[in-house]
Ligand binder design. Structure first.
Ligand code: AMP
Length: 407
């Protein structure tokens, strides 16, 4: 059944985040923040089980449908939208904003995607072999459907492009590093940028005056130290593997472990890559990468889950300490993403016993669940501890709209 036509405000943006077998999308007005539609196509290219979870006009549905490739997925999404009264081609969209994971040394700002830009994203794809190729497939598929709407690339690395050299440089042979574009790039930049701005707004202070540590704790996880709106350090590096313990990724690990696995274990580079990215982190330690399950198991006295939890916290506090020293003065510590926004025990344990540094969590405030930014520190805490829900889609839409408007 087709719904009556929905009026889309001119200037809305279709946000696309294409993974290897998934395509997340959101149709949003970056000015009013109204979300017209939102969804996820999963198991694209898989023989069975592909489906689209789709929400528009207050109607939520899940459709099991064959999705041989990304082009088929976006075509099906357009069909679902038509049934909801949303006609993408006639909606006067300002742009399609594509999340692109790696911008390499080239891209440090939102960029309108033409043939040259597409070729450059392809050229730097070896830096992010799991991410950039599916991003490109998404760009191709949506551009074929909406050839007249400008496509804008929003790079996950861009916010960290100007990291100071001391934080961005690996102590590796300088010529080798130069030849292979090896440096610390940082990721989740769109989230760190959105959340840090929102935190300054929440505090009623100028972005340029606030020193903050942002902890993006989702299935992927990263920390950043931001001095007056400029990141001076971040925990992810050349790839999203470095730094915090994550759902399935190792985070920091002795580089020599790879030698042992190859020489003694006979593992190939691809096997080690898979081990580090997919079979490690919380999942590798406990069998679960969902933090809800970990917390339940910890409460039930499960030893493997308890070890995973404590290794996770140990690494988190390690970065927290480092960034406090790097920043010197810390005005705010900000939690975001699935774990950071929802897991009160993680927030409490991450910042336990830090009163001597002016950091004190209020247990009642910490227990509140809300989609709004909120303060969870006591009034006596000189460092404001905040929970600020991230909204990467809104940030991508804003940046894409601004580029197209020439801002
Ligand atoms: P994200 O990558 O930001 O979507 O975060 C996903 C992760 O957030 C999931 O894997 C869960 O581990 C975690 N998460 C979501 N809701 C909760 C919750 N209520 N308590 C603890 N962890 C949660």
């Amino acid at each position: 059944m087709t719904a009556p036509k929905v009026d889309i405000a001119p200037g809305a943006v279709l946000v696309i985040n294409a993974g290897s077998s998934s395509l997340k999308y959101q149709l949003i007005d970056p000015h009013t923040e109204q979300v017209y539609a939102d969804g996820l196509a999963e198991r694209i290219g898989e023989p069975t089980g592909s489906a689209i979870t789709h929400e528009a006009n207050g109607r939520n549905r899940r459709i099991d449908v064959a999705l041989p490739d990304h082009a088929a997925a976006i075509a099906k999404v357009a069909e679902l939208l038509r049934e909801d009264g949303i006609f993408l081609r006639e909606s006067g969209l300002a742009a399609v904003g594509h999340r692109v994971v790696h911008g390499g040394r080239t891209f440090h700002a939102p960029t309108v995607i033409d043939d040259e830009v597409r070729a450059e994203i392809e050229r730097i794809a070896p830096l992010a072999p799991l991410h950039n190729p599916p991003n490109l497939v998404g760009i191709q598929a949506v551009s074929a459907l909406l050839p007249d709407v400008p496509a804008v690339g929003i790079f996950d690395t861009a916010f960290f492009h100007d990291l100071p050299a001391d934080a961005a440089t690996y102590a590796l042979d300088a010529e080798v590093a130069q030849k292979y574009a090896i440096r610390r790039y940082g990721f989740h930049g769109t989230s760190h940028q959105y959340v840090s701005r929102r935190a300054a707004e929440f505090l009623g202070r100028d972005y340029g005056d606030v020193n903050q540590i942002v902890l993006h704790l989702g299935n992927g996880a990263s920390a950043s130290a931001i001095r007056g709106g400029r990141p001076i350090d971040t925990s992810m590096g050349m790839t999203p593997l470095e730094g915090l313990v994550m759902g399935t990724r190792t985070g920091d690990i002795d580089p020599g472990i790879a030698f042992q696995l190859a020489r003694v274990g006979g593992m190939s580079i691809d096997e080690i890559d898979h081990l580090y990215n997919k079979r490690s982190g919380l999942k590798g330690l406990s069998g679960d990468n969902d933090f809800r399950a970990i917390l339940e198991r910890v409460d039930a006295g499960d030893e493997a889950a308890a070890l995973a939890y404590h290794v996770y916290l140990h690494r988190l506090r390690h970065y927290l300490g480092a960034y406090m020293i790097e920043l010197g003065r810390v005005d705010a510590i900000v939690f975001t993403a699935g774990v950071g926004e929802n897991a009160a025990p993680v927030r409490a344990d991450a910042l336990a016993h830090l009163e001597m540094y002016g950091i004190e969590i209020d247990p009642d405030r910490n227990a509140v669940r809300s989609p709004e930014p909120r303060r969870i520190s006591t009034d006596a805490s000189s460092v404001a501890v905040l929970v600020v829900p991230t909204n990467e889609e809104l940030e991508i839409a804003r940046q894409a709209a601004a580029v197209v408007a020439g801002a």
